[in-house]
Design a protein around this ligand. Structure first.
Ligand code: ZN
Length: 199
């Protein structure tokens, strides 16, 4: 799973494999990362090491090999059905139980951002299914890229619903407030929710 991502580099947690757990943080530049459109999942027999099953498993992003020998692959073939699954996002409600905000879990958001950055570099033939924050707007953001993408996910979903006006106000105010944090020391506020730091 990706731990951090910026315009030039990533870091991730290498789990190793069943026999030799690794659990170390690795890092690499985006140049070392490869998008693979047709990944084939191969299942090996535990005793003989022979392939017992091999099947197409969608697009992935292959990270460089860790010093432990293991490789990490990230999901790069998300569908809208994946994002609507309850396990994909966090949901925040107000005191009346009314949902105020959904944010995509950061692991998914960072995978999408990485896919998008590779696409911008010509290293992936197509962009991720969710539109990502455009390059010119990213330059203005002070929020971490993965966090920005997790909020952007809500923005995209709400373009398909009737809550657009509410969310537009929320997103604009949150981004504006996050910019103030670095210069004026104020905290971003969610309309009707309270201090964002409680999330
Ligand atoms: Zn490792």
């Amino acid at each position: 799973m990706l731990q951090t991502i910026d315009e030039q580099s990533i870091s991730w947690l290498c789990l190793g494999d069943e026999e030799t757990p690794c659990n170390t943080i690795q890092s690499a530049s985006l140049e070392e990362v490869e998008y693979q459109a047709d990944y084939t999942l191969t299942i090996l027999d535990a005793e003989t090491g022979q392939a017992i099953q091999s099947r197409p498993d969608g697009a992935v992003i292959a990270l460089p090999q860790c010093t432990c020998g293991a490789r990490t692959w990230l999901k790069a073939d998300y569908s809208m059905a994946d994002f609507r699954r309850r396990s994909s996002y966090f949901e925040f409600s107000n005191d009346q139980g009314i949902v105020q905000l959904r944010t995509l879990k950061h692991g998914h958001a960072r995978n999408l951002v990485l896919h998008h950055l590779l696409y911008e570099r010509g290293k992936a033939p197509s962009p991720p299914i969710l539109p990502m924050v455009p390059q010119e707007e990213r330059a203005q953001l002070v929020m971490e890229l993965g966090l920005t993408a997790s909020l952007w996910f809500t923005f995209h979903l709400l373009t398909q619903s009737t809550d657009m006006a509410m969310f537009e106000r929320y997103f604009v105010e949150t981004v504006a407030a996050s910019k103030q944090v670095s210069t004026q020391g104020t905290r971003p506020q969610l309309p009707g929710v309270g201090d964002v730091s409680t999330i």
